[in-house]
Design a protein around this ligand. Structure first.
Ligand code: RP5
Length: 164
């Protein structure tokens, strides 16, 4: 049977973002959601960005997770070229601890939305979970996986703290 078209694309500005974004990929994998991960830089590979964003919807992607650090233009530029939901993950930069990334991604002009998550690993995980929640609206399998994820998360929380 042919493999189905991945519904989520994870794009990131640099190889150096993968340490953070692998958490998005692992979360999607745990939920059984097919996805691809690609390096696309708004500044270093602008043509690759244009080609990806312009074709993303027709290729069958339903949600894009875009991560970048510093002058983090990748999520916003991607959103400007597609009607797909774009979820932005601010990478924790060395110089400003990701505040630069966060503000670059969050402060979009009205009319071109990017759903901005937390800085770093939490943002990467939550971007995957939010992508799953979007897909779950029209996909019972994903909805079931998300339900099980939440139940397992709740079950893993102890009633009382232990000494370590
Ligand atoms: C951004 O610049 C990337 O998203 C990355 O977070 C940051 C630094 O990139 P490298 O210099 O490590 O390639 O475009």
């Amino acid at each position: 049977m042919p493999k189905s078209q991945p519904s989520v694309a994870i794009i990131m500005g640099s190889q150096s973002d993968w340490d953070t974004m692998r958490h998005a990929s692992e979360t999607l994998k745990g939920l059984g959601i097919d996805h691809v991960s690609r390096i696309i830089s708004a500044h270093r590979t602008p043509k690759r960005l244009y080609d990806f964003a312009a074709a993303a919807k027709s290729k069958g992607f339903k949600v894009i997770i875009a991560a970048a650090g510093g002058a983090a233009h990748l999520p916003g530029m991607t959103a400007s070229m597609t009607l797909l939901p774009v979820l932005g993950v601010p990478i924790e930069s060395q110089s400003l601890k990701g505040m630069d990334s966060l503000l670059s991604i969050a402060q979009m002009p009205g009319g071109v939305p990017v759903g901005t998550l937390a800085i770093g690993k939490s943002g990467a995980i939550n971007a995957a979970l939010l992508a799953a929640a979007i897909l779950a609206l029209g996909d019972r399998k994903v909805a079931g996986a998300l339900d099980r994820f939440r139940a397992a998360q709740t079950a893993a929380v102890a009633d009382a703290p232990k000494d370590s």
